[in-house]
Design a protein around this ligand. Structure first.
Ligand code: FES
Length: 160
């Protein structure tokens, strides 16, 4: 019979290779989990079937993931200035990203709808984090992926 030397552990081991674990809880908030499992405005299937006005694509240099964002824009009124403005009517997105990227972009897509293009650009990582009830700090780079793709889509729209 083989000698069993496997040690049971209940806590992740802190090593130089995974030192980011130190002091970081391995938890997502219920809101993050809910948005990850039921992402809002996620584009299922073929993007050619979605009538978008502009799209943006960005890659995350840290992990190599990508985000594709589509927007529909309509003429409307800036709710703050009451002047005519371009309003984001709808948002759709796709990603290879992780749970944090999916939940963050789901939140972003909800926050962006109905805003002017310029106002949507002001949605901050902190606003997304607050919407989700928090994110692990070492996943911050994931939470900005959607915003960068939205900014790229808006820039694409303004170029037209
Ligand atoms: Fe790539 Fe989160 S690890 S987006």
């Amino acid at each position: 019979m083989a000698n069993k030397t496997t040690k049971k552990t209940t806590e992740p081991t802190k090593t130089a290779a995974n030192g980011f674990l130190a002091g970081t809880p391995w938890v997502y908030t219920e809101t993050v989990k809910e948005h990850f499992l039921n992402p809002r405005n996620f584009l299922m299937g073929d993007e050619s079937k979605y009538q978008y006005d502009a799209k943006g694509i960005v890659g995350n240099p840290i992990c190599g993931d990508q985000m594709l964002m589509f927007i529909q824009v309509e003429d409307g009124e800036d709710p703050k200035t009451k002047k005519p403005a371009k309003i984001i009517k709808d948002v759709k997105w796709k990603t290879y990203g992780c749970a944090s990227a999916i939940a963050s972009t789901s939140a972003l897509s909800e926050l962006a709808k109905g805003r002017t293009l310029d106002d949507a650009l002001k949605i901050s990582a902190e606003e997304i984090e607050e919407y989700l009830g928090g994110l692990p700090k070492h996943k911050f780079h994931c939470s900005v992926l959607g915003h960068e793709a939205l900014a790229a889509a808006i820039a694409n729209y303004k170029k037209k």
